[in-house]
Design a protein around this ligand. Sequence first.
Ligand code: HGA
Length: 611
Amino acid sequence: MCGIVGAVAERNITAILLEGLKRLEYRGYDSAGVAVFTHNGTLERMRRNGKVAELEQALAGEPLMGRLGIAHTRWATHGAPSERNAHPHFSGSDLAVVHNGIIENYEALREQLKGLGYVFTSDTDTEVIAHLLNHKLKDQSDLTEALKATVKELHGAYGLAVISAKQPDRLVAARSGSPLVIGLGLGENFLASDQLALRQVTDRFMYLEEGDIAEIRRDSVQIWDVNGKSVQRETVQYRDGAEAADKGEYRHYMLKEIHEQPAVVQRTLENRLGQDHVLVQAFGPQAAELFAKVRNVQIVACGTSYHAGMVARYWLESLAGIPCQVEVASEFRYRKVVVQPDTLFVSISQSGETADTLAALRNAKELGFLASLAICNVGISSLVRESDLTLLTQAGREIGVASTKAFTTQLVGLLLLTLSLGQVRGTLEAGVEAQLVEELRRLPARLGEALAMDATIEKVAELFADKHHTLFLGRGAQFPVAMEGALKLKEISYIHAEAYPAGELKHGPLALVDNDMPVVTVAPNNELLEKLKSNLQEVRARGGELIVFADEQAGMTNGEGTHVINMPHIHDVLAPILYTIPLQLLSYYVAVLKGTDVDQPRNLAKSVTVE
Ligand code: HGA
C-alpha cells in the first residue's frame, strides 16, 4: 500500500528517496511526494498526482537538493487521489509528515484543531497528525518528545516519518500497526516502510516494533518502546544481493512471475521432502509435538490467500481427516468466534503485513487456540514474528499486484502442512504420503508443461476481449481455483467475473447465461467429472459458450460452443495447483488485449496494510 522513505545524510538525498519510492511503487501508486530540508535552510516539497514517474519528471524540472528528507507513495484511504491529498503534509512551513495507515479519530481531532485555528488543505486523515504535532510543539520544542505526545492521541494505525526545519539534524518516526524499518549506513541513516526501498544504500536494518518511536540522526539511532523506555533493536544484515527487480525478457512483471512458478515451487519444496515423507521439522522444531495435538484447523486470510485456504480445507479434511474452517480475516477479526479445543490457527499472507490478517492473529492469541502457524512469503514480516510456527514460501519478490506465484507456493505450503498433520497424527497412510511426495517432486515439471500452453491460452483470451461478464465454475477443490481465476480476471481486466460451485448453477446464476456470457470451467478428474458434464449441458442448452480446462485423459472434446483445453495429466490432489496456471495466463492475456495496466491495476495495491 502506501510507501514511506526517509533519509538523513551528508550527501544530497533526493535521488535516494526517489529510487526508494520507485521500489515501493508496486504497492500503491495513486500519487507521490517528497519533502526536503534544502540547502537554503527551508523545507520544500513537491507532490504529483499519478505515478512516481510524474514526480520524477517534476523534480527534473525543479530539483530539490538537501541532506534530510521524507517521501511517500500513496494509496488513498481518506480523500481522493490528488495532488492536494498527496503526502507529505505540512503544518506551517516548518513541519512535514508522511503516514501509512488510518487515523480512526481524525474527524474529532480535525474539529478540535480547527477550533485552535489550524486550516486544513487536504481531505486526508493524515493532515491532523501534522497539525496536532505542530500544536504539541508549542509546549514542547523537541520534535521527538512532541511526537511522543502526539501519538498518545491517535487511534488507529500508523507508520509515521516526520521532519522539521527547526531540528534539521534528524528524522523522527513512530510505528503502530504499520511496519517501519531503519536502514543503517556509514555516517548516514535511512527509514522506510519496507527494507526493499533501501537495498540500494544499505544491507543493515533495524526493525521497529509495535509502539516504538525512533530518532534517527546521521550518526545515531535512538529508540523508545511503547512504555517510553529507551531500547535497542537487533540489527539484521542481508548478505544476498538486492533481488532482481527488472522484468527481464517479459513485457510485464505478472507474466514474468507466472513463468517463475516451476522454479519457485521447486524452491518451496527444497529441504522439506524426505525420501517418502514430508519433513515435519520444516515447520519449526516444536512442530511435531504440536501437530500431534491438533484436532481442528482454523485458516484465516484475505483475497488470493483466502482462496489458497479454501483449497487446503478440501485437502485437510480428505487427506488428514482434520475438520477445517476457513474465513476471511476482515470477518473473523470482528466476530465472536467459538474455538474448538486443540485448534491450530493458520494465517496466510504474501507480505505478512496484511492488516486484517495480522489483527486476526492478534485476536486469536486471546481466544485459546492451540498454536499459530503463518504461511508467508516474507521472513521478516510481523505475521512471521508473531506466530509460533512458520512455513516460508519461497516465491521471491512479487511485484505484480495480482498475486500469482505467491498463490501457488502457498498451495504447496498448505499441502505440506496437510501431509505433515496426517503423518504425525497417523491419519494418512504412509503409502499415500509417499505417492504424494513423489507427485510433488514432479510438480515443477508439470507446471512447466502448463506454461507451454501459453500460446493456446493467448488465443482463447480473444473470446473474452469484448465481454462484460463471465462465470467461472468448478467442483470440489477446483471450486476455489475457479474463485481465484475469477478474481484474477476482475482484478486486471475489469471484466465482471463470478465463481460458483458448478452444482449451484441451477439455483440462480443459470439465469444469467446467454451467448454473451462465457463460462470458464475447471474440470475435476475424479468422480465429480460426470456430474460436471451434466452441469455443462445445462449451460450449452442456454446458448452459453464454454471454455473447459480438463485432464487430457478425461475424454472431453470440442463441440459447438465448447472449447476444451487439455491439461497435462496430474494426480487429482495436485490438480488445483496446475489448473491455476492457465487461469492466470487467461486473465493476463485478456488484460493485455483490453490494454489495462496489468501490473498496477486501478484502485488496487499490493500488501494491504490498512483495514
Ligand atoms: N490514510 C492515508 C494513508 C493511506 C494508506 O496508508 N494507504 O495504504 C491517506 O489516505 O492518505
